[in-house]
Design a protein around this ligand. Structure first.
Ligand code: E4P
Length: 217
């Protein structure tokens, strides 16, 4: 399973990249706004830092302007993935830009039917938002499962990029279902290392090390 980091915070990306936990990056307009930086400048810096795909999202709502913005974003670096919203205009832009050989991440997916259309439009990635579905009492993981079934039924190569990940359990559940990629905030990915029994066990070892004066170096 590939791990993308869902942020435009370069320091957070660098930390996870150094740990080997950053196979790519996703950004969105809200994350760019939070960084307080220019979209073209920060996207370039992230692309230089990370070997894997970096999703950069268009801001227009009509397909013609999305296509122009997508072409401009793609010029930033070879690893840019153009992120488009799941609207009919976004799908139209997806069809055109994927036809030109660009990699596309279709975002804001909340239904299996939307995911089916994105695959038919040539999306490289589909981003179903788990957490935002959970927020309205719909199980986001059911959507990941449905898309997995549909894509496998027909051999679609579009990768399922589980997004809007809020908890560590979302990540293990997505792995069990067979999502190709998860994108999560850096703190959620780092929290995967935590376990209360690890902390308790280590505290016991530290006590015994001190008591016995065990030294290696
Ligand atoms: C995905 O590409 C989005 O950037 C992101 O996962 C949205 O997450 P949120 O619902 O926590 O804002």
């Amino acid at each position: 399973m590939k791990f993308f980091v869902d942020t435009a915070d370069v320091d957070a990306i660098r930390e996870l990249n150094d740990l080997g936990f950053c196979d790519g990056v996703t950004t969105n307009p809200s994350l760019i706004a939070k960084s307080g930086r220019d979209i073209l400048e920060v996207t370039k810096e992230i692309c230089d830092l990370v070997d894997g795909p970096v999703s950069a999202e268009v801001v227009a709502l009509d397909s013609d302007t999305m296509i122009a913005e997508g072409r401009k974003l793609a010029k930033i670096a070879d690893n840019v993935v153009i992120k488009l919203p799941l609207t009919l205009d976004g799908l139209k832009a997806c069809k055109v830009l994927s036809g030109e050989g660009h990699k596309i991440n279709v975002t804001l997916c909340f239904s299996a039917n939307q995911a089916l259309l994105a695959a038919k439009a040539g999306a490289t990635y589909i981003s179903p938002f788990i957490g935002r579905l959970d927020d309205i009492n719909i199980d986001g993981l059911d959507l990941i499962e449905d898309i997995r079934t549909i894509y496998d039924n027909y051999g679609y190569e579009t990768e399922i990029l589980a997004a809007s990940i809020r908890t560590v359990n979302h990540i293990s559940d997505c792995a069990k279902i067979g999502a190709d990629v998860i994108t999560a905030p850096a703190n959620v990915i780092k929290a995967m290392a935590n376990h209360v029994l690890t902390d308790k066990g280590l505290a016991g070892f530290v006590k015994d090390i001190k008591a016995a004066g065990i030294k290696i170096l």
